[in-house]
Design a protein around this ligand. Structure first.
Ligand code: SF4
Length: 349
């Protein structure tokens, strides 16, 4: 039961959208007295959600659960237009922490439907991102699971069909649906690249590179994290045994029987300290080796409404007006250097 080596995939873990969303919700907890409300889990990670709950964030699945006049944040996965309207009617302050790459897909859907296209949306039924995107044009959009494909899709006009996708699908799953759709609808309209985001693509590329060398691949991330599940499937497609774990506590000792080399990665919403604790638990006799496939430099600024709100508040504090202490919170002008890991450390202190 001795693991010799761990091959650590890079990039792994937090993407720019998750970084932004975690920092944005941290700001909310510094500005407002608890409870602060958040529509849907801010990101799909159990550890992160519990950390925010401990400092008074209440996660709701229906905006009607937010008391009138309370502050509310909308999650990184993007919300339906009706949810945004409803939140604006009820809440004192609404900050939308949607990832800009999800917003891009919402725009595509709105544009395509206004031009009369029937849209195939490749995604997972019930996933927060899929629910929000489909709601942009429910009359024009058909959700297709990647495993099921487009057999049941019947457009009004086969020359006006578009293909759009959830940002966190498996690359091969997406490619398969794309190929089938293009064959059936030669005039298929789709984004120049796929809608799969850079973080999804890079993390899958990194795990694909090392999977064939591993006896077992462990993917740190939560069950409801679509990109985490995609990493597991990519590793399996490459012939590796692969398991998803929330933390080191989920490692089944039976998985390690006869296992010498373990590949390790993490979904885009999984904090890196959970990855480090997996390495500690495995205690590889020959240590770990970083396997880097690409460098990422993406940065998404905090939501505009939040920046405006904090700037106003800081001005008031500087002018001597009593406001909730922003205290040790980082200043907005060094947001680029401030990480979500530091933000989580701040709220967990
Ligand atoms: S996984 Fe991609 S789409 Fe989702 S939050 Fe991260 S960068 Fe944005």
């Amino acid at each position: 039961m001795t693991v010799e080596r761990v091959l650590l995939a890079e990039p792994r873990g937090f993407c720019a959208g998750v970084e932004m969303a975690i920092k944005a919700l941290t700001w909310m907890t510094r500005i407002f007295e608890p409870p602060v409300y958040c529509y849907h889990e801010i990101v799909h990670n159990e550890w992160v959600v519990r950390a925010f709950e401990r400092v008074g964030v209440v996660f709701v699945n229906d905006v009607s659960e937010v008391p009138v006049g309370a502050p509310v944040m909308l999650s990184a996965h993007g919300s339906a237009p009706q949810v945004i309207d409803q939140a604006s009617e009820r809440a004192a302050v609404v900050i939308d922490a949607v990832c800009p790459l999800v917003t891009k897909v919402h725009h595509e859907v709105k544009q395509l439907s206004s031009k009369g296209y029937d849209i195939i949306y490749v995604g997972h039924e019930g996933h927060d991102e899929a629910v929000g995107t489909v709601a942009e044009a429910p009359h024009a959009i058909t959700l297709v699971e990647p495993e099921t494909g487009i057999d049941g899709f019947a457009p009004r006009d086969p020359s006006k069909v578009a293909l759009v996708a959830q940002t966190t699908l498996g690359m091969h799953e997406w490619q398969h649906v794309f190929d089938t759709a293009q064959e059936r609808f030669p005039e298929l309209k789709t984004a120049r690249k796929s809608d799969l985001c850079y973080a999804t693509t890079n993390r899958q590329g990194a795990v694909a590179e090392l999977a064939s060398e591993c006896d077992l691949v462990l993917v740190v991330g939560s069950d409801n994290s679509s990109n985490t599940q995609a990493l597991v499937r990519v590793a399996r497609e490459r012939g590796a045994r692969a398991e998803r774990i929330d933390s080191a506590d989920d490692i089944d000792p039976a998985w390690l029987e006869g296992t010498r080399v373990v590949g390790l990665t993490a979904g885009a919403s999984a904090p890196d300290h959970l990855v480090q604790s997996v390495i500690d638990r495995l205690a590889p006799t020959m240590g770990f080796e970083l396997r880097s496939t690409t460098e990422e430099a993406e940065y998404f600024p905090l939501p505009r409404q939040l920046r405006a709100f904090v700037t106003t508040l800081q001005g008031l504090v500087e002018a001597g007006v009593t406001a909730r202490v922003v205290g040790e919170s980082p200043l907005l002008d060094r947001d680029r250097e401030w990480t979500a890991t530091e933000a989580l450390r701040l709220i967990s202190a």
